[in-house]
Write a protein that binds this ligand. Structure first.
Ligand SMILES: NC(=O)c1ccc[n+]([C@@H]2O[C@H](COP(=O)([O-])OP(=O)(O)OC[C@H]3O[C@@H](n4cnc5c(N)ncnc54)[C@H](OP(=O)(O)O)[C@@H]3O)[C@@H](O)[C@H]2O)c1
Length: 273
């Protein structure tokens, strides 16, 4: 068997119970990474690890971790425990996402569910893990976003979209926010690089948002893992469409928008605390 190009790296993959996240965890483990396999609760995380081991992954390289992203307090706790156990983190793959429901839905933190799960939880996790992520040169944050971010706008005065709700607009807004945040996800002068990626249209639970047919989740994961590979040159803040750098929505490259979003996210996180 050919051995990993990524020896002894530690990766946290969110939303790794299924789909692209599970395949990403599988591929990273096969490359020799220690993988923190995140799911919404401990039972799902254990189950994901068991399925990875059944698929050939080395059990010693897998750690189940849990947090329900509809609860920001659980995201805080995940970051706290991760930083305590892993003061060096080489990779963070912000992959977890939920389709915005048909009906407008708020989390217990009072935020529209897709905005919180798909963006704000990733924002909080990345911010809280800044220490471990900048502890060793060459670390990376890969935000799994979507081409749908291009159809979106951020409703600055009604980010919960309480006044005029559409599930596609809410989901697209969450993807745009994640893409915008990528440019400020890690300090510019750090050794850590953050990028975002559209993984392609894949046959997962989220497929109905996009199309009737999609590629296998493993294909999407391969694009994500390629960006995790130190052998792949990546440009800070860049948006990739599968393998190629691609123009993000114009607002995603606007410094004022990046600052405004981070300020909003800080306020929402503080309010929920
Ligand atoms: N599939 C596509 O065609 C496509 C296209 C463009 C972008 N993407 C992006 O790809 C990424 C992966 O999605 P996927 O297609 O692989 O769909 P998926 O299989 O549904 O994966 C999403 C993961 O996020 C987890 N998640 C959802 N709500 C959560 C919560 N409250 N707390 C913690 N975890 C939660 C899910 O866990 P549960 O199973 O417990 O809900 C699931 O494991 C997403 O960021 C998505 O936006 C997908």
């Amino acid at each position: 068997m050919t051995r990993s190009p990524l020896p002894s790296r530690t990766a946290l993959v969110t939303g790794a119970a299924s789909g692209i996240g599970w395949e990403t965890a599988r591929l990273l483990a096969a490359q020799g990474c220690t993988v923190l396999v995140h799911a919404r609760d401990a039972v799902s995380a254990r189950d994901a690890v068991d399925r990875l081991v059944a698929a050939g992954a080395d059990a010693d390289r897998l750690e189940p971790v849990a947090a329900d992203f509809t609860r920001l307090a659980e995201v805080e706790e995940l970051a706290r425990v991760t930083a305590a156990v892993h003061p060096v983190l080489d990779l963070l793959v912000n992959n977890a996402a939920v389709a915005a429901p048909e009906r407008h839905t708020l989390t217990g933190d009072g935020l529209e569910i897709s905005f919180q799960v798909n963006f704000l939880a990733a924002y909080l996790l990345t911010r809280r893990l800044a220490g471990p992520l900048t502890a060793r040169p060459g670390s990376r944050v890969v935000n799994v976003s979507s081409s749908m971010h291009r159809t979106a706008s951020i409703a600055w005065n009604d980010v919960n979209r309480a006044r005029r709700y559409s599930r596609l607009a809410a989901y697209a807004q969450s993807q745009l926010a994640l893409t915008v945040f990528t440019r400020a996800a890690v300090p510019a002068d750090s050794n850590c690089t953050a990028v975002s990626v559209h993984p392609g249209i894949c046959d997962t639970a989220l497929l109905p948002l996009y199309a009737h047919e999609g590629d296998p989740a493993a294909d999407g994961a391969a694009h994500v893992v390629r960006l995790c590979d130190p052998a792949t040159d990546i440009r800070p803040g860049t948006y990739y469409d599968r393998t190629a750098p691609s123009p993000a929505a114009p607002v995603a490259t606007d410094d004022r928008t990046v600052r405004r979003l981070c300020k909003l996210a800080d306020r929402l996180v503080a309010r929920a605390a």
